[in-house]
Design a binder for this molecule. Structure first.
Ligand code: NCD
Length: 304
């Protein structure tokens, strides 16, 4: 049995196969419409979500399976003090596979150690979000026809943004990847990623504060929201929240074939006027999230 806790739990070959499967699902959905008949997905969400939970549920329903779960810690026995370990042991008796989101870093890993069914990390605090990374990779692969040889700008809250952490881990395994890390001083990428992931693997990167300075060189611009819920005080959040706002005007500096990604939800960091630009693919990206989660559920259930 395999779990998905970090993007590195899949080898590059397995990941490539998953993306190929996701592309086939997109083209031939009817082929997979009964692939999970009689099987159940549990979604255990201790933290807010729209896309991740609903795309997981849509994915399982598209495969002919069923879904059960909770979308708020307060409506689960966590409110009575039950541990994640106990909860997952019980859910293992009710479902065949589980997607879990929790505000604490490492919660999904703990769950997987006690689980009788495959566990998928749907976000653990400010740490990792591997299925968003699968979504991001499928988006890039489908729209650019490659995953290597590109310059990727990651912009916004690089400190708390778990989608950025997971995406860096995944992309450094492809050749010719360069990162431009664009953030205010206070929201720079955590040291362990700079030292143990980027420097240790000799991945070229630079850190900048001004988005305008980075834009002309980018193949991909990955915008992120300032993660309000991870701030220790409101004042700091208010000071940081509108640090970046991508506008039509700024986009004049970017290449015609640059793609703009965002895991969503968007707050103010991309002006709505940008949505009509052909380079803005963040809503398409949310659609790819369903195909890739279908591919992931199928694959993890096959490996049981
Ligand atoms: C992201 C998350 O939860 O980390 N959202 C998502 O799953 N698409 C990004 C965010 O909340 O900013």
């Amino acid at each position: 049995m395999r779990h998905l806790i970090s993007p590195l739990d899949l080898s590059v070959e397995e990941l490539d196969e998953l993306l190929v499967l996701a592309n086939d699902i997109e083209k031939n959905p009817q082929k997979y419409a009964h692939a999970c008949d009689g099987l159940k997905l549990a979604t255990c969400f201790y933290e807010a979500s729209t896309r991740t939970r609903l795309s997981f549920e849509a994915a399982m329903l598209n495969l002919g399976g069923s879904v059960l779960g909770f979308s708020d810690a307060k409506s689960s026995s966590a409110a009575k003090g039950e541990s994640v370990s106990d909860t997952i042991r019980v859910i293992s008796c009710y479902a065949d596979i589980c997607a879990i989101r929790h505000p604490k870093e490492g919660a999904a890993l703990v769950a997987s150690s006690k689980s009788g069914i495959p566990v998928i990390n749907a976000g653990d605090g400010g740490h990792q979000h591997p299925t968003q990374t699968l979504t991001d990779l499928l988006t890039i692969y489908s729209l650019k026809n490659r995953l290597g040889n590109m310059t990727i700008g990651l912009c916004g809250d690089l400190k708390f943004g778990r989608t950025v952490h997971s995406l860096i881990h995944a992309l450094i395994r492809y050749p010719g990847i360069k990162f431009v890390l664009i953030s205010p001083e206070e929201l720079r990428i955590p040291d362990y990623i700079r030292e143990d992931v980027l420097k240790k693997n000799n991945v070229p990167f630079m850190e900048l504060e001004r988005l305008e300075d980075a834009l002309p060189d980018l193949d991909i611009l990955y915008m992120t929201r300032v993660q309000e819920e991870r701030f220790f005080n409101e004042e700091d959040y208010v000071r940081m929240k509108d640090f970046y706002i991508l506008t039509k005007e700024k986009l004049k500096l970017a290449r015609e074939d640059m793609l703009i990604l965002h895991p969503l939800p968007r707050v103010n960091e991309i002006s709505v006027e940008v949505d009509d630009d052909p380079r803005a693919v963040y809503f398409k990206q949310a659609q790819y999230g369903v195909y890739v989660r279908m591919a992931l559920i199928l694959t993890l259930l096959k490996w049981r």
